[in-house]
Each structure stands twice: as structure tokens, then as C-alpha cells.
Design a protein around this ligand. Sequence first.
Ligand code: SF4
Length: 371
Amino acid sequence: MVEIDTVLVKLASRCNLNCDYCYVYNMGDDAWRRQPKLVSEATIEALADRLAELFAVQAKPFSIVFHGGEPLLVGAARFDKICATLRRRLPSPIGLHVQTNGLLLSDQVLDICARHDVGVSISLDGPAAVHDQHRPDLRGRASHAKVVAAIDRVLAHPQGEAMLSGLLCVVDLAADPREVYDFFKATGTPSVDFLYRDGNHDTLPMGKASLTSTEYGDWMVRMLDAYLADPAPIRIRLLDDMMRLLLGGRSVKEGIGEDDYGILVVETDGTLTKNDTLKSANGSDRFDKTWTVFDDLRVLVGAPDFIAYHQAQRPSAPECRACPDLKICGGGMPTHRWSAARGLDNPSVFCADQKRLIDHMRAQIASRIAA
Ligand code: SF4
């Protein structure tokens, strides 16, 4: 059976922002329209029971991440109840986290997070000029000032420093990496994670001219240089993971390195799907059989369909299997490997970028060891 690391639970299928790169709403998949706007109490109760059964057999703790759309559209009172239900029915090593755009992160919600030990991660793409170009609200209005105010509110909360897990940034190649780094450092966040724009071999990610061009690799090289030049850097999960792997350690999250991660996604109607990002790979985020939170998850994690989904994290392209950088790169996220012609049997669409970044990182580490 596959061990589960992360259960991503969509509390809301809609969002109060309209990000131009969003894989849920703006990459051609409209399955969200057929989902209930908010998760029901019955779905959360069934999920809590099924996860308790699963934990009893797998023993290894997992994280539950509230997601959406925007999860806090569920409202403070219902959010409180959802957290209370999960905390009551699941043992304490199981982590609760919310991934939010920050707009609804009120003091009341922060008190709820503190009471139920919920970690908070906020999506923010950098300085206002960068963020507001891509993350407007539904009326096209800027959202940056509200998000920054939300970060300040979290850090001003008595439990805020422990509560704020970090920020999540989607890379904009037009932004200056040094300015982006300095901006994030000034927010007071303990860490930032960077995501590349979604894309695949049939639809290249925004800003990438060809499979051999290295725009994302060049951008991350400049980010790495800013990070290494800082005597007291903030954590950058993507770079930290890669450097740890280069030094013989392990990664902590999917998308880098050779470890596989067990990820379950729960839609607002209780349906279970594969990793959400596969929506942009021809809607291939659905299992052949429909599974829901009312089914036995101990059976699901041993089902051939689920095992095949889990094993799809391993790169199948001959180029990756023979690649000297496979241990670091891992072959890329399945969604970035996809093409209509070859399915997932491709290197990552960011292959050249990864090689560029790994080469630079290796040289930086070697020069520091030599010094
Ligand atoms: S995607 Fe490219 S860099 Fe990564 S393992 Fe495959 S061949 Fe190597």
C-alpha cells in the first residue's frame, strides 16, 4: 500500500482572486463548475473517520492542507468547526495547514488557527508591481496591499511566528530575482517556496521559448546568488531541497529528488482525485474509478489505479533514467512531463532549466568547500 504524506482538502471550489496562471480556473479545465461551492459537514466528518482508519494502519503521520479555490471562503465559523472535527477525530501528530491567498485572514481566523494549531502559508508573488499583474480580484482590482497586511496581521498575532509556515510564490520571469528576494526577506516570513508556471510539452510554460531554453533556470540561478550572498538568508524550499540532495541528504517535498510522495486530493463533493496540477495535463487528475471520502481509504491506497498514480512520479523517459542529475532533479513533476503523444514518458519541460540550476549550484557548493 502507498503511504500518504499529504491530504489536500478543498474547502471551497471557488476563489475570490482570478490569477491569470491558475491551473484550476484558467488552464482549460472547468470541472470546478460542477463542484459544490463549499465542502459539507458530512464530507468532513466522513473524511475524518476515513483518515483515522488510514492512520491506524499506516502509523506514519501525514499533513492535511486546506486548499481551494480559496479555502477561507468557507467562513470563519465553519472553518472553526472543520478544524475542531479533524482535531477531535485524528491524533495530534497529524498536521493541519491552510494555503490561502490571505484576503480573508482576519484576527478571528488567526485565533482559530492558533486554537487548532493550524500552520498558515500565504500566496504572494513578490513586490506589488509583480503580484498585482497576475493576481487581481474578481473585479480586476489589485490584491497586493491586502496580502501584505495579512502577513503583518499574522506576525502581530501572539502565536503568529510559529503559525506562519511561509509564503508561496509563482515565478514571474519579468521580475528581478534580487528585488523579489529582498522583498520577501523584508516581509518577515521565515521561508518562501517558488513554483514555476505550469506547462507541458504541448503547451510550454509562460516565458519559455523552447525545450532547450533556460529562462527559469537563469532566473533561479540569480535567486540562488541573492540567497547565497545573504549572511542570514530566509529558507527557500526549492533551493534548500536541491542543495541538501547535492550534499547527499533528502528532499522534503514533491517535485525534486527521487523520493515519492503519497498525495490525496479531496474535492468539495468528497471525490478523491490525483495531484491537482495534473488538471493542466489534459484533465488527467481523475482516477478511472470514482473514489470518495465515503469509501475505505485503506483499500484505495492499495488499489492498482492509485499505485500506478503514485509510481507515475518516477520518471519513465530514457533521458531521465540515464541522467547524471536524476538524483537531484528527480525528473520533474508529472504535469511538467506530459505530452499528448507520449503521456508522461518525457523529461520535464524544465529539463534544461534544471540542468542549468544544478550545474550552478554544484559549482557554488564546490567553490565554498574549496575556500
Ligand atoms: S528532467 Fe532532465 S535534468 Fe531532470 S532527470 Fe530528466 S533528463 Fe535529468
